[in-house]
Design a protein around this ligand. Structure first.
Ligand code: SF4
Length: 511
């Protein structure tokens, strides 16, 4: 077999007690896209989803041994857009074990961490033979067309990094990402048939609890698809655009590679039709900015709403807050089966909000926006961040108070993290702020998490505030009354169960 794509696991180290039932299990979108892309070029491909199958290391190695691939390609992103670094923890454990058991294996990594810090990754992780400097579609194709993986051959492939025979790190010249004009051809869909399942396609995957209206039975089967890639903005805390990378700087900063690419309307509709045939109606639209360009999302939503299956769809997507002020558009979105919008509200403090979001939105009346979305029959998953540069106790409290007032059916608050590939990471290095020394330290939920400190607040003060705010919001009587009214008492019971999971945090315990 030519290439085995590996989606690593390590949910327990990342999500602690939440990994058993609460955290989502998302299909490996990029492994699916890459597998379909290489198959379209005549290469045999398989996917090993360690995360979905919850495989331990010996079982994973046995699978690799049985499949005997010429090339093993770890695809290391994560369940949310910013989780690529965290996912490295499970990936390197497995690739190290594979190298030790099967030393002839050729192992490559595609993912946001190696895109951000390619040299560091090759210097520190000896189980990795080859890294891909961007999304890797063309580099992977060219690599698989080689007759061998010797140094002279590798030097001919653009967009990769490897160690030469004398130990020097070689980064070849940058490779292009797939342009919009070639998206349907060079990224022609998802290799759904390569995913494992129990009884029916995609039943090993589960939506976030809130997406399933807090009810277990709604969570599976679950799929996630993209209708576009990338984002035109450059928020300082985000590293989503790192996959568009087109240079070889030692530290990649995502905001330097802004840009969006789109699949065609016909292609996108076909992907929804395929999922319907597979029996999947709980779907995440992964696009970082789905509701940005009306020319893109309005025809798609209009056509989807004409599909006979649209009334069964339970979808969610991201949106910026200033494109959801028009209730007519919002109804179009709702009629397409989008029942939740995930909005990055970030902070109640205008200066903090505008500074970090770098033109992401004009200042808008957030309360009015939420009202419009609710009026259209769409629920809101509101995202907040504490610990951004300029933050104080008072500003964090204002953000919590605003969130209580908005009373959305979904609530996430993150402690700002200097994720490799983000501008905040460079900011932390330039200011000599302490950074995590493990991959899981970059997780929002792990025991050894280490968020970014600010001028006024330590990392433990920010994290303590965030964890207390989680409990305050999810035990708030107004919030629970809303959930009971919308989704019933079972949903409230599931929230209370989640509330009882206490995350261990080393920096709080030792503070
Ligand atoms: S708007 Fe900002 S946070 Fe959202 S994907 Fe774009 S850069 Fe990232």
């Amino acid at each position: 077999m030519k290439v085995l794509f590996v989606n690593p696991g390590n949910a327990k180290a990342i999500y602690q007690g939440l990994s058993n039932k609460v955290s989502a299990i998302e299909p490996p979108t990029w492994a699916l896209l890459l597998a379909e892309s290489v198959r379209a070029n005549g290469h045999d491909a398989k996917i090993l989803d360690v995360n979905a199958e919850n495989l331990d290391i010996p079982s994973s190695i046995q699978r690799v041994r049985d499949l005997n691939p010429e090339f093993i390609c770890f695809v290391v992103y994560g369940q949310n857009v910013n989780a690529g670094t965290v996912s490295m923890s499970g990936a390197v454990k497995l690739s190290t074990a594979i190298k030790s058991e099967l030393p002839q294996s050729k192992i490559g990594y595609i993912g946001s961490y190696v895109q951000a810090l390619p040299k560091k990754a090759l210097e520190e992780e000896h189980s990795i033979d080859i890294i891909f400097l961007n999304e890797g579609v063309y580099a992977l194709r060219n690599l698989l067309n080689l007759s061998d993986f010797e140094e002279d051959s590798l030097r001919q492939v653009k967009g990769i990094g490897f160690r030469s025979s004398d130990g020097e790190i070689v980064l070849t010249s940058p490779e292009a990402v797939v342009p919009s004009s070639r998206m349907d051809v060079d990224l022609p869909g998802y290799a759904w048939d390569l995913l494992p399942y129990r009884e029916r396609p995609l039943d090993l995957y589960r939506a976030p609890l809130w997406h399933a209206e807090y009810l277990e039975d709604n969570r599976s089967p679950y799929a996630a698809i993209q209708t576009s890639l990338g984002c035109n903005f450059g928020c300082s805390f985000c590293m989503i655009n790192i996959l568009n990378r087109n240079d070889n700087e030692e530290i990649g900063v995502a905001s330097n590679y802004k840009g969006m690419r789109f699949w065609s309307l016909e292609h996108n509709l076909k992907q929804f039709d395929i999922l319907n045939k597979l029996g999947v109606s709980t779907i995440r639209i992964v696009d970082e900015m789905f509701l940005l360009y009306k020319k893109h999302y309005v025809p798609l939503c209009e056509e989807l709403s004409k599909r006979p299956y649209s009334s069964n769809l339970k979808m969610w997507s991201y949106s910026r807050v200033d494109t959801v002020t028009n209730e007519d558009f919002l109804r179009t979105v709702r009629n397409a089966g989008i029942r939740w919008l995930c909005l990055g509200i970030e902070s109640a403090t205008k200066s903090v909000r505008l500074e970090v979001s770098k033109g992401k939105f004009e200042d808008v009346d957030i309360k009015q926006v939420i009202q419009h979305v609710h009026n259209a029959g769409i629920e809101v998953m509101a995202n907040y961040i504490v610990g951004l540069p300029g933050e104080s106790f008072e500003s964090m409290r204002r953000t919590l108070d605003l969130s209580l007032e908005l009373c959305t059916s979904g609530w996430n608050m993150y402690a700002a993290m200097a994720l490799p590939g983000s501008e905040l990471y460079k900011h932390a290095i330039d200011n000599s702020y302490e950074l995590p020394d493990t991959y899981t330290g970059f997780s929002f939920h792990s025991e050894d998490t280490l968020p970014l400190r600010t001028e006024k607040l330590s990392a433990s003060e920010i994290l303590r505030f965030r964890d207390e705010a989680f409990q305050i919001y999810h035990n708030d009587p107004r919030f629970l009354a809303r959930i009971r009214e919308k989704f019933g008492p079972g949903a409230v019971g599931n929230i209370m169960q989640t509330n009882s999971v206490k995350l261990k945090r080393n920096i709080i315990q030792s503070a």
